[in-house]
Design a protein around this ligand. Structure first.
Ligand SMILES: [Zn+2]
Length: 175
C-alpha cells in the first residue's frame, strides 16, 4: 500500500502506539490500514457417494481440479459463503452438513474453510470460473491434478472418515 484510501496521501510503515506490528499508517489523516488474512469458503459436495469437483477456468491453478470455493463476502456467514460459491462455480444447490476442515496458509495470508454438504437435487453445471464440473467416485479423484493443499487436505480427511468433523491444520506444520 502506498496511498491512504481515506485521504489519498502517502502512507508510512510504522508500529502504531500500543501495537506490536508494522502497519501502513497515514501521516496525514492518521488512519491505520490494518491488513488481515482473507477467508476462502467452500463445500465438499456429495451426491450418492460421489464428490463434486470443479476444473478451474482461472488462475491460479488453471486447469486443475478443486472444490467449489472462493473469497467470503462482507455481510455473509461462513456457510452462506460456501453455499453461494458452490452455486456460482458449480451451479449446484447444497445443504450443509457440518464444518469439515480449516486450513491456514500463513504465507499467502489466507484461511480456507470447507463444509461437508449434500447436493439437494443432484444437478450441477459449469459456472464462469469452471471449465468442467463433475462427480467422481472417491477412487477416481485426480490426485495429481488437485489445485490446492487445502482441497487435498479436505479430500484426504473425507476419505479417511466421511463423517469426520472439523480439523484445523497449519499448512506449514502439515506432515
Ligand atoms: Zn489518510
Amino acid at each position: 500500500m502506498q496511498f491512504c484510501s481515506a485521504c489519498g496521501k502517502p502512507v508510512a510503515l510504522k508500529i502504531p502506539p500500543g501495537d506490536s506490528l508494522m502497519r501502513h499508517v497515514c501521516e496525514s489523516c492518521g488512519t491505520i490500514h490494518y491488513q488481515n488474512p482473507r477467508l476462502v469458503v467452500g463445500c465438499l459436495p456429495i451426491w450418492k457417494g460421489e464428490i463434486l469437483i470443479c476444473k478451474r477456468a482461472i488462475e491460479p491453478a488453471y486447469g486443475k481440479w478443486t472444490l467449489p470455493a472462493g473469497f467470503m463476502e462482507n455481510g455473509e456467514d461462513l456457510a452462506a459463503g460456501a453455499i453461494r460459491e458452490t452455486r456460482e462455480e458449480a451451479n449446484a444447490a447444497v445443504r450443509i452438513r457440518h464444518l469439515q476442515s480449516v486450513f491456514s496458509i500463513p504465507h499467502i495470508h489466507q484461511v480456507h474453510v470447507f463444509f461437508l454438504a449434500d447436493l439437494i437435487d443432484g444437478t450441477f453445471g459449469s459456472g464462469p470460473e469452471s471449465l468442467e464440473v463433475k462427480l467422481v467416485k472417491p477412487a477416481d479423484i485426480p490426485w495429481s491434478e488437485i489445485a490446492f493443499g487445502s482441497v487435498r487436505f479436505a479430500l484426504e480427511r473425507y476419505l479417511g472418515d466421511p463423517d469426520s468433523t472439523c480439523a484445523h491444520i497449519d499448512s506449514f506444520k502439515r506432515p
